[in-house]
Design a protein. Structure first.
Length: 72
């Protein structure tokens, strides 16, 4: 069931970006999207984990994730 929502979310994302691009710059859209993502991830982390600390062994995963999502 969750897999069936992926095409719907991608379609909604494509349409909403086309509409929002008329009023906002690309940098503004990307910045807004990252702010919403960070907020959603922190809320999810708080609800499921409660421990907001970052351990040293997780640092390599953060760097790898940042490289893949931002640089590549």
């Amino acid at each position: 069931m969750l897999l069936a929502t992926v095409p719907l979310l991608w379609g909604f994302n494509f349409i909403s970006l086309k509409v929002l691009k008329q009023d906002f710059t690309v940098i503004g859209l990307l910045s807004g999207r990252y702010v919403v993502m960070v907020f959603a991830l922190f809320v999810t982390l708080y609800l499921f984990e409660r421990d907001m600390s970052i351990r040293r062994e997780h640092l390599r995963y953060f760097l790898g994730f940042a490289f893949v999502t931002v640089v590549v």
